[in-house]
Write a protein that binds this ligand. Structure first.
Ligand SMILES: [Zn+2]
Length: 423
């Protein structure tokens, strides 16, 4: 999002006539407040899709892509386990002080041993003990050597310990207990869902909001200050909901959630194309006091035009003007920006426009006069599933964790993961 200010000035410049009009998103804020559901939770077990790592582990990528170096520190004794299994583990009795670990074509050196091949897993004798790039993690850390000559760090952590840290990374500690318990349940279900369809053979999730935010146990903040990545409150939210996930008819589904829906959530299938069609649009009724419930932006047209034209030109070479825009109807459909050259019209989905010009959400209206683009919108995030600020509001009105979840995922049940069922 910061990239807008760094972009060179418009390719199309002021010659382009900007008339982005009529991008309308309809919100229905008058829907009735949620009523308390009466249905008891289901205690039918659902497969936890236990990974080959056992211990119901989750594998979290700590580096977004292959890197040439990381900082590594290990508190206490540990074992180094080659990932290709051709050699046995190496026991190291002393801790490892904070150091930069470089990878070269022959592999990586740790504690005087070189590890080539697939890489190595750092398994501490007591957890948490492994620090990667200033963050301390529970469980072990795998350093996979990549075909690009770099490495990727992957934290292998028990599911419940991961969930506790995600609660604290994703939701402020002062939010009500019921909201944080709901956060724990959706984070757990999201993680297990991703484990069933992992984005990479080495890991199930990213440690960033690309998947779910995960800061480990302790992390270095600005100026090197150490901050808590997880708290007793996060651990309590995980423990009080241990093994619970949301299901529809006994089937786990991907429990998408976002910071603030802006008054009404989007249906899953209008934002994602991964089978989330069962997530309906619902009136929120709880996020009115969120910082980005309503927002406005004013953007220099040339900068925004450059980005929008990059999107549009893929479909419309040499278009000369942005002449109109429209939306498709419905209260639960993200805005569609339409750009015309006077003969043809290109419609750009809100998800692309949001990314191109750095908007907080998919729920917005654009107007422009060729010099500025004014954007008015609501919400923060993709707007599908549980609204985190809405969960706070509903909890403050007395709704329970289960009632909050059944509000955002109507018809869902709370189901215990089965640790005994294989993937
Ligand atoms: Zn909301």
């Amino acid at each position: 999002m910061d990239g807008l200010a760094q972009t060179s000035r418009g390719v199309l410049g002021s010659a382009i006539l900007l008339l982005i009009v009529g991008v309308i998103v309809v919100w229905s804020l008058d829907d009735a407040a949620p009523t308390k559901p009466d249905a008891p939770p289901s205690m039918t077990a659902v497969s936890s899709s236990r990974s080959a790592d056992g211990d119901d582990a989750i594998r979290v990528a700590l580096t977004r892509r292959s890197v040439s170096s990381i900082r590594l520190r290990i508190d206490g004794s540990y074992r180094l386990v080659p990932l290709d299994g051709r050699e046995g583990p190496v026991a190291v009795p002393e801790p490892l002080s904070d150091r930069s670990l470089e990878v070269d074509p022959r592999g990586i050196d740790i504690a005087g041993r070189r590890f080539g091949g697939s890489g190595v897993e750092v398994v501490p004798d007591s957890s948490p003990a492994v620090w990667i790039d200033g963050r301390k993690y529970r469980g072990s850390v795998r350093l996979h050597l990549t075909s690009e000559g770099g490495m990727r760090a992957v934290n292998v952590v028990p599911l419940e310990e991961y969930v506790a840290a995600v609660v604290d990374a994703e939701m402020p500690g002062h939010f009500p207990t019921a909201a944080r318990e709901a956060q724990a349940i959706v984070a757990r279900g999201y993680a297990v869902s991703c484990r069933r369809q992992p984005p990479h053979e080495w890991f199930d999730l990213y440690s960033t909001p690309v998947s779910q935010n995960y800061l480990g146990v302790i992390y270095e903040g600005r100026e090197g200050r150490l901050l808590a990545g997880e708290t007793a409150g996060g651990r309590a939210a995980a423990a009080s909901t241990e093994s619970l996930v949301c299901t529809f008819d006994g089937e786990l589904f991907r429990t998408y959630y976002s910071a603030c829906c802006g008054g009404r959530t989007f249906a899953g299938d209008v934002v994602f194309d991964d089978g989330t069609g069962s997530l309906p649009s619902v009136a929120c009724g709880g996020c009115d006091d969120a910082p980005l419930f309503r927002w406005e932006r004013s953007i220099a047209s040339d900068a925004a035009l450059e980005r929008l034209s990059e999107l549009a030109r893929a479909r419309m070479p040499a278009f000369r003007s942005i002449a109109s825009a429209k939306t498709i109807g419905g209260v639960s459909v993200p805005a569609v920006v339409a750009i015309s050259d006077g003969r043809r019209t290109v419609r750009l989905p809100a998800v692309e426009v949001r990314s191109a010009i750095g908007l907080p959400s998919l729920c917005f209206q654009l107007t422009g006069d060729g010099r500025r683009i004014d954007v008015a919108g609501r919400g923060h995030g993709h707007g599908v599933g549980l609204c985190q600020w809405g969960a706070k509001g509903l909890a403050e009105r007395g709704l329970s964790c289960r009632e909050i979840l059944q509000h955002y995922y109507p018809g869902c049940e709370l189901t215990l993961l089965s640790a005994s069922t294989a993937r």
